[in-house]
Design a protein around this ligand. Sequence first.
Ligand code: LRH
Ligand code: MN
Ligand code: MN
Length: 391
Amino acid sequence: MTDLAAQSHVLSTLRGQRIETASWAYGNSGTRFKVFAQQGVPRDPYEKIADAATVHRFTGVAPTVALHIPWDKVADYPDLARHAADLGIALGTINANVFQDDDYKLGSVTNADPAVRRKAIGHLLECVDIMDATGSRDLKLWFSDGTNYPGQDDVRTRQDRLAAALRETYDRLGPDQRMLLEYKLFEPAFYMTDVPDWGTAYLHCTQLGERAQVVIDTGHHAPGTNIEFIVAMLLRAGRLGGFDFNSRFYADDDLMVGSADPFQLFRIMHEIVLAGALEQSAGIAYMLDQCHNIEPKIPAVIRSVMNVQEATAKALLVDHAALAAAQQAGDVLEANAALMDAYHTDVRPMLRELREDMGLDPDPIAAYKRSGYFEKIRDERAQGQAAGWGA
Ligand code: LRH
Ligand code: MN
Ligand code: MN
């Protein structure tokens, strides 16, 4: 490829990239110590969708918003989908919530009590009904299930209960719908989590069928975990369904993706690019799962989208021929340099050009600030509601 052809390939790939934002990123959120209320936060799911549409208006690559049920429960889902379409976006992944009910203290689908399991499965099935109404492709499942003490419950029996719940839910999916199973190392359970890692999620997915896929939430690993290795393994197995992108320093911090470790995000995107998995036909969902506790929310989501774009652009700039030649020759330093050269490229001018080409402002955050949207929502929305947890 000539330099010019390579550049145009990079630009057209970036133009086609899609990043889903999360409804809960727009609402008030915090830690268990304090939720800091912000001005202008949405009062209902309709207003969360308006904020997501605003992010798309300034970035051009965030045309869907994920919902979390029951945080985003409404009486009329087709109406919510129409509202999104009127604003130029669509409803995306449906996230189930079986972690915020007193009944789930000892687990949801893994609970020893069959009545609690039935209630949890009922919610998962209800989420598929909602997907039918919204036209969503993906059902995302994360279970807080686990135990705090050795001996508290039987590990294998809990896995059996989990498998049965996943089977019933999977069998309810339509032919074009998928189940995305998300793992998390710990929290809120501290001794044993029922879906703690990609291996456990992968095992369940392979038993279910091809439309069961693993989700990697970048904040859900032990410090130092080589996440790009997990990306490569799941890509190789054809079981990478998507990402919940965010950034962390210590645990599941849910900070802006690419803020603590942009190099890790680049390494992840490099594996994606190497596997040709950026194309939408590869079926990998790129989602943000973040909470903006102290920074203004809409600009933070815009910044996060830009961070993903920058990491992707750098990954696309890796000279694959030079990399492969160095690897083949066993030239460790040249192989590493092929990656580092791309990583150290300043891709911001290229992304500014791309945005102008797409009819967007080259500086989305400045354009948002100038737009008057914040002043409008601040005045219109007197009493914002919490994102879902901890009011
Ligand atoms: C759990 C998690 C999961 C939930 C979201 C709100 O930590 O990452 O994806 O649905 O947070
Ligand atoms: Mn997540
Ligand atoms: Mn999380």
